[in-house]
Design a protein around this ligand. Structure first.
Ligand SMILES: [Zn+2]
Length: 321
C-alpha cells in the first residue's frame, strides 16, 4: 500500500488515543466456519510479557496491516483520555445522534465514527479524567435521554470505559482503534465531519474541544451513577467445540496440554495438533473454556479429532450398528 504517514500523524494519534501501552490485536484469520475475527492481547516475541504499543504499532494500524484495539483506563491513574460510546443495534444511530446533540449543549464536541453496524461516538478529555466520573456523566445523560444501555440480551449503548476503576494489572475492555482497517469489513471506517483522508480526519479530531476536569465536575455536580447500571459482562465466547465427554469422566484436556494462561473466560495454550505440524509458535491457538473444560477449540481450525489424536487420546468412536 502506498501510504506516506508522517511521524506527526502517528504522534498525534498516540497523544489522542493511547493512554497505556497494553493493547489488543484483531486476528488476521477469521474463526473457522464463520467470518468472525477475534481480539487477543499480543505478547513480545517468545515471552509471556504483553507487547507494548509503539508508534510502529500505530503506523501499521493506520496502514491497515494490523488492526489494534485500545484500552480506555490506565490502571495506575484510573483515568481515561477518551470516552467512546459503542452502539450497534437497530436504530442505534438515532440514539448516538441524540447523545451527540445533548453533549453539544454542554459544549462537548463529540466525534461520530462509522462502524460495521451503527457507530462509535468519541469524546476527548484533557487532561485524562477519572473513569468513574466520565461514566457518571454519560450514564446520566443516557438515562435522561431514554437511550438504552446494553445489558445481557437487551440492546443498548456500551460505554468505554466499562469500569469505574481497574485493579493493578487489570485491562478492562478494549475497543477497535479508529481509522484502521476492520478485518471483517475489510474497510476503513471514517468519522463524519471531515474528508476521507487520514490527514483530514486527524486534523478534525485535533480541532475538537477537549473536556477538562472542571467541565466534567460541573456536568456531574450532585450526580451519582444511576442505579441499575450493570457491571461489564464478559466478552462473548465463540461457538465452542463440545468434546463429547460427560463431566467428570476420564478425559480432561487440562491434564494433557502444556502450561495454560487464563485470558478472560478461557485458558489459552499451544494447540497440540498445530504444534505437531510445526505451527502455533505463539502458543495460543487453543482456547479452553474455564468454566467447563469439555469445551475447547483451536483458532486455526483443528478439529477435536485432530487435537485428541495429537494428544494420543483419540476420541473413541461410538460403535454403530
Ligand atoms: Zn490447532
Amino acid at each position: 500500500m502506498d501510504m506516506h504517514l508522517t511521524t506527526r500523524l502517528v504522534q498525534d494519534y498516540l497523544h489522542l488515543f493511547v493512554n497505556r501501552r497494553a493493547y489488543t490485536l484483531q486476528s488476521m484469520r477469521p474463526l473457522p466456519e464463520s467470518s468472525r475475527h477475534y481480539y487477543f492481547r499480543p505478547r513480545e516475541n517468545g515471552t509471556e510479557r504483553p507487547a507494548a504499543l509503539t508508534q510502529s504499532t500505530i503506523r501499521q494500524h493506520l496502514e491497515g496491516t494490523i488492526t489494534m484495539g485500545l484500552y480506555a483506563i490506565n490502571p495506575t491513574t484510573q483515568r481515561c483520555k477518551w470516552v467512546a460510546i459503542d452502539a450497534d443495534y437497530k436504530n442505534s444511530m438515532e440514539d448516538l445522534l441524540k447523545l451527540q446533540y445533548r453533549l453539544s449543549e454542554d459544549n462537548v464536541q463529540a466525534a461520530l465514527e462509522m462502524s460495521k453496524r451503527g457507530g462509535h461516538l468519541w469524546i476527548f478529555l484533557r487532561p485524562p479524567l477519572l473513569a468513574r466520573e466520565c461514566r457518571i456523566y454519560i450514564h446520566n445523560l443516557a438515562l435522561r435521554l431514554g437511550v438504552p444501555v446494553k445489558e445481557g440480551l437487551r440492546d443498548g449503548i456500551e460505554v468505554f470505559p466499562k469500569h469505574d476503576t481497574l485493579r493493578a494489572g487489570g485491562f478492562g475492555n478494549a475497543i477497535r482503534g479508529p481509522l484502521g482497517i476492520h478485518r471483517e469489513a475489510n474497510r476503513r471506517f471514517w468519522f463524519y465531519g471531515a474528508d476521507h483522508t487520514l490527514e483530514a480526519q486527524m486534523a478534525y479530531l485535533n480541532g475538537l474541544r477537549r473536556v477538562t476536569e472542571a467541565d466534567l465536575r460541573r456536568f456531574i455536580a450532585g450526580e451519582m451513577m444511576p442505579s441499575g447500571v450493570a457491571l461489564p459482562r464478559p466478552a462473548p465466547t465463540p461457538a465452542w467445540v463440545y468434546s463429547g465427554e460427560k463431566r467428570g469422566t476420564e478425559f480432561d484436556i487440562l491434564h494433557h496440554v502444556g502450561k495454560v494462561r487464563k485470558v478472560g473466560r478461557n485458558y489459552v495454550t499451544r494447540c497440540p495438533s498445530c504444534a505437531g505440524a510445526g505451527h502455533d509458535r505463539g502458543g495460543d491457538n487453543l482456547a479452553i473454556l474455564v468454566s467447563d473444560t469439555r469445551f475447547y477449540r483451536c483458532w486455526a481450525g483443528c478439529t477435536k479429532q485432530m487435537i485428541r489424536a495429537a494428544l494420543r487420546c483419540p476420541i473413541r468412536m461410538r460403535q454403530t450398528a
